[in-house]
Design a protein around this ligand. Sequence first.
Ligand code: PFF
Length: 436
Amino acid sequence: MADAPESREQWGSRTGFILAAVGSAVGLGNMWRFSYLTAENGGAAFLVLYLVLVAAVGLPVLLAELVIGRGSRLSPIGALAHYGGSRWRLLGGLFLASGFLILAYYSVIAGWTLRYALTALGGFGPDSGAYFEQVSTGATAVGWHLAFMALTIAIILGGVNRGIERVSIVLMPLLFAIICGIAIYAATLPGADAGYDFYLSIDLAQMLDFKVLAAAASQAFFSLSLGMGAILTYASYVREDENLPNEAVIIATADFAVAFVAGLAVFPLLFALGLESKVGESTLGALFITLPSAFHEMGFAGQVVGTLFFVALVFGALTSAMSLLEVVVATAIDQLGWGRPFATMALGSLCALLGVPAALDLDVLGLMDQIAGSLFLVFGGLMLSIFVGFVMPDPVGEARQGAEGVRWFGAWRLLVRTVVPAVLLVVLWQSIRALG
Ligand code: PFF
């Protein structure tokens, strides 16, 4: 049984931890994946279903990861073995693989956002489709992907307190402010109403569709950074007396709020500029093609809003990528005894290399997203719920530490043992069918 090292790094403050965890959760998933999934799957119907899933499935797994991380003070492989015996190291290994794969393609998309932020400053050209083709694959994409990875590596080299926490404390409030500012600005545009109608109108028929359920559930996992040990790893650096249930609620609420407000920014903007016919495009590029067209039409205002928008995306992507790399780095430190600098450089470079095929071919990127970003996370969440529900000796006792006033432990236990695995099984089955 692996035990926690005495000298483990720690967050400097509770706020620092919460902002780092929110930073992991808030990312490309909120601003890019969420808006097109909502558009594609019935507008407000998807929104409502998503909210229910976040509360009934996401939140319980989030709390489970927090409890396992704090209790073991170890990264996933060691943490699972600590409570469940060495057999469970296998699941930790899957988490690691997910982290590698997701970071590899996530960094490619993040590289686009870096490039877009710069272009937005000077103004987008009229043909954003051609621009996307030029930026999204090939040597340019590889270059920006590597630049983004270098940035991520540089921060993780700084460690938990001086790297991750310091960066999150600055970037997260900025991101919130920018997204809210753009949403308010969008509300002032003539024609914005049509955007709200589209975003917030309900198509109930879609709510009963298994495909929509699967999309909402895997989005909840992706968006909350669940099912691969990122939150678990961050929780391994918290103090004993944190109120984890409350923190889980704060993290999930902040994550949902950013996604929701991002939708309030994106849809009114697009509709006000008459670009609604393109909104339904569910491809990876919707946000990277349609939105720049809007910014182009808006002239100088588009330069300002466009730059801010893509800068916010970069902030979100960076704080999420940090958590993905931290999972692998922390594992190498805990399990192999590597030093942080070597682990970060070696594993970060490996991940950068793994992303190159995704930067050269959009189909590879899409496949990696489908396999790691949906399938692995959902499977990871399913196994985690079984672990906490039936294997871990006293999860409620551990969760109660520092949270004596909290009343929903019974509900948590029940959800983790019943609703969570049942829903995730259905989703997994649906996702596998969709792949075949
Ligand atoms: N939650 C991030 C987003 O919404 O963009 C993506 C992510 C980060 C997924 C970390 C998984 C993870 F472990």
